[in-house]
Design a protein around this ligand. Sequence first.
Ligand code: 13P
Length: 258
Amino acid sequence: MNRKYRKTLIAGNWKMNKTPSETKAFMTELKGILPKGRWCDIALCVPSVCIPAAVRALRDTRIAVGAENVNANASGAYTGELSTAMLLDAGCKYVIIGHSERRAMGETDADVNAKTLAALQAGLVPIVCCGESLEQRESGITEEWITMQIKLALANIPEEKIRKVVIAYEPIWAIGTGRTATPEQAEEVCQHIRSVVRKLFGSKNARATTILYGGSMNEKNAYELLAQPDIDGGLIGGASLVPEKFVKIIEDANQPTA
Ligand code: 13P
């Protein structure tokens, strides 16, 4: 992390876990043990039906609420979908876009780009995900793959908006597997992502872009991952479902920075 130039963000991704009632109980517990210092931004991205409960419970805190997906269209005949305006009005600040689990359900790079543009237009902070499969890593094409995903996701973003985008590097082989990327592996790709942003948007913007690591980040390995210069935070699945674990990761983001 490098707090001089960019924000540190610890974000949870609950995926398809917890009901609205469980959300309320979780937030009560979390608020009781939340550290007082303000060394990082904190967000919890929760299932759509849990957003109202999360927003209500976190109203008087510094924890922001996010959604796990959004539709790029403003309104219309898209049964089951939610627009940026709906998420904003419900109290969301962030939205995860292009998670590998959604890509596996058919979301394309073009969808990811359209959603990112729509989120920025609306004033939501997009957390844009990228990441390679084990097969791609073993074939030695991780950098090329990530370059392609980032270039396509960030196409047509106006230069003045790029600093609002958070990028999350989530190697698919590390998600939910307990097999975390080593700090060196994660740093290598996050540094590469920053170099792609630099080529597209210039060095000042690249220096100011928050890049997260996600994939089995937990209370045991977070400190070392967050100590890497180009890892500005975490996108946390499983460990964000347990208040003590999530809080420990927030505490691990409190470290000296260059
Ligand atoms: P886990 O932390 O459960 O591996 O999930 C990571 C993730 O996909 C966050 O978006």
